[in-house]
Each structure stands twice: as structure tokens, then as C-alpha cells.
Design a protein. Structure first.
Length: 267
């Protein structure tokens, strides 16, 4: 593998030790056009500014910053730069949150491992925000449900791991799933009903669907109406909530579902 191909595979910033381990000579490195960042790192032109900043501070991209860099779903962008640093690094940096806990998976890369990223967000973010990241990682297959069971998570992180669903396909589904669970209702996810997969079945006869903006097409809307009509003929009720409902008007969603439950529709 050529040097620049290796650097690209590593994300655009590489530790000098990694280049030595791959057998690249000093002269090859000098001819490569890589830009030094401090004593230990080299960056390809155009590399992410987050990675460059992590290298400049002798840290590794961590927690919410690592999740954002990997393109995982998040309820809001991180306000601070999160960096993993050595246990004895104690110099505060404006706009940076330092993480000093021992990593689950040490390495030379400038971004921490996926398990370390998930453990970080479980500690740093509110529970629902953390679950959005975890379920996005599962959906993107960055790790599997089996991985969640095998990794020796700390106690608080293990509770997030146990709650994370591999079936959520969007932020809306994550927020809806855990909102319904928090109401104490029996919820099944990604269920086949009348020949179609629905997001949630609550109890026996209430379907809850989350409709993102990408599904607001005329043909999709017609199919939804036809399905809702068939479901009504079978005694099944369908509730549909859009992005604004789920993310901005949750009290309306909760009240509506509670009233259906009180009338016996989820028994």
C-alpha cells in the first residue's frame, strides 16, 4: 500500500509510529507532502479541522466530537471539542473538554474507538441524547448487539447498552421508542402488520408511526392513507407523528398516546 493511501485509510492524520510500523522510510514521509502537527502527527492537506486540532493538543478526538466526526446521529451538535488525553494531562484548554479515563481500546489513531466514543457519550450526554448516538452506531453497523453484550462496560454505561435498540433507523424512532417505554407501555418495534412494516405497535391494537420529512411525497401519503383505512377495518388505530411532533412537541405526543391507553386501545 502506498503511503498516501494508508494515510487516507487512517482518516487523513497519522501517527509517525504507525508509518514506521508500516515500513515507510523517513525519506518517503518527507517526500509525501504531509504536514507535521506537533512532533507526533502528520496530516494530509484538506484533513478535518477537528482532527488537526486534536493532534495539535496531543489528544484524540473523543466522545461527542468523535460521534459527530463519524457522522452519527445527534440531537444537537457538540458545543465543546471533546479530546481524550493522558491521565496526567491537567492543562485546561478553552473550548475543550478533556477525557482522562482509561480507554477500552487503546491505539495510535487520532480518533478513539467506537466503544470508547459510546462510553463517553453515555457519561457526558443526557440519557436520550446518548441513546440517539448509540442506536445510530448500531444502525450504521459500527458495532453489533453482540458487541454490546461482550464489551465490559462500566455500570452506568452498561445501562445505556442494555436499553439501546438495534432496530431504530432514525432520531425520530429512537426518541419515540424511549418516550413510549418511559410511559410504561408495552412496545414492539418494526412489526409486520397487514403486509407492511410499521414503526411501533403499542399493546395489541395501536400503531404509532414516525413520519420524517423525506416521506412527505404524494404517493407515499396515498399509501399511508390506504393502510390506515385497512387497519381501521381490522379494529387497529394508527397514530402518525412528524418530526416537529416528536422533537419539539413531545407533550402533545405523550398526551395523545396516554388518552388512547386510558380508553383501552393498548390493552
Amino acid at each position: 500500500m502506498e503511503l498516501l493511501q494508508f494515510v487516507a485509510r487512517e482518516g487523513g492524520v497519522v501517527h509517525r509510529a504507525s508509518l514506521r510500523e508500516q515500513g515507510f522510510s523517513r525519506s518517503a514521509v518527507e517526500r509525501s507532502g504531509l504536514v507535521p502537527i506537533g512532533r507526533l502527527w502528520l496530516a494530509a492537506p484538506g484533513t478535518s479541522s477537528l482532527l488537526r486540532e486534536a493532534a495539535a493538543h496531543r489528544g484524540r478526538l473523543a466522545c461527542a466530537s468523535a460521534a459527530s466526526h463519524r457522522g452519527l446521529a445527534m440531537r444537537s451538535a457538540p458545543e465543546l471539542l471533546h479530546l481524550r488525553v493522558g491521565a496526567h494531562a491537567n492543562v485546561p484548554i478553552d473550548g475543550v473538554r478533556l477525557h482522562r479515563s482509561a480507554p477500552l481500546a487503546p491505539g495510535h489513531r487520532l480518533i478513539e474507538s467506537v466503544p470508547d466514543t459510546l462510553a463517553g457519550v453515555a457519561r457526558c450526554l443526557p440519557r436520550l441524547d446518548a441513546l440517539v448516538v448509540w442506536e445510530s452506531a448500531l444502525h450504521e453497523k459500527l458495532l453489533t448487539p453482540g458487541d454490546l453484550r461482550r464489551i465490559p462496560w462500566p455500570a452506568h454505561v452498561a445501562r445505556i447498552a442494555a436499553a439501546a435498540s438495534p432496530q431504530s433507523e432514525s432520531i425520530l424512532e429512537t426518541v419515540m421508542l424511549h418516550g413510549l417505554r418511559d410511559l410504561g407501555l408495552p412496545v414492539r418495534q418494526q412489526v409486520q402488520v397487514l403486509g407492511r412494516r410499521v414503526d411501533f405497535v403499542v399493546g395489541r391494537s395501536l400503531i404509532v408511526e414516525t413520519d420524517g420529512l423525506s416521506f412527505h411525497t404524494g404517493e407515499q401519503r396515498r399509501r399511508d392513507l390506504e393502510f390506515d383505512a385497512r387497519a381501521a377495518l381490522e379494529g387497529v388505530h394508527v397514530l402518525r407523528f412528524d418530526t416537529m411532533h416528536v422533537l419539539e412537541r413531545w407533550p402533545f405526543v405523550e398526551e395523545t398516546v396516554r388518552r388512547f391507553a386510558a380508553q383501552g386501545y393498548v390493552g
